[in-house]
Design a protein around this ligand. Structure first.
Ligand SMILES: [Zn+2]
Length: 161
């Protein structure tokens, strides 16, 4: 039997955006449940249910990806709080996940990007265009366009000599 791919059950666990985003919050540093919920709401502009957050934290803890410490309650009858943080294993998992996610995002947006014909950088918006030898060519800026034309002129002269 072929060995099971290592990440299979993690993929199931992080199959939706909310869980993914909770991981990005934990990745920033230790936080207690309520902090996770309020940061989520502030950034995603969407409520996340405690009934998703706490069981997810527990699952992560069972897998050794998260650990918690108990912060004692304050003098004014504050309840004690569990502060969650990623373990080293958890951080490694997140780094891998984020990298994979970034690759997916760049694959999704890449085809719509222009690439500067001179320096090769990706132009996310407002490419500078010029028609050179009858072909529309994109650049990141007019300076790259000028250098590009100069380089071509040099190349033409060099082949003539
Ligand atoms: Zn350029």
């Amino acid at each position: 039997m072929a060995p099971k791919p290592k990440n299979t059950d993690m993929d199931g666990l992080i199959s939706d955006f909310s869980r993914f985003y909770i991981l990005t919050i934990l990745y920033e540093g230790p936080a207690h449940g309520y902090q996770i919920i309020s940061r989520f709401k502030k950034r995603v502009k969407k409520e996340v249910s405690p009934s998703l957050v706490y069981p997810f934290l527990q699952q992560l803890e069972e897998k050794g990806l998260v650990k918690h410490t108990v912060k004692p309650g304050g003098p004014v009858g504050e309840k004690e709080k569990k502060v969650f943080e990623l373990t080293r294993k958890g951080r490694e998992l997140c780094t891998g996940l984020f990298k994979r996610f970034a690759e997916l995002v760049s694959i999704a947006i890449e085809p719509s990007l222009d690439v500067c014909a001179h320096c090769g950088c990706k132009v996310y918006e407002g490419a500078y265009r010029e028609t050179i030898d009858g072909k529309e060519t994109a650049f990141c800026c007019m300076h790259c366009a000028r250098s590009y034309k100069e380089t071509r002129e040099h190349a033409k002269k060099a082949t003539k000599n």
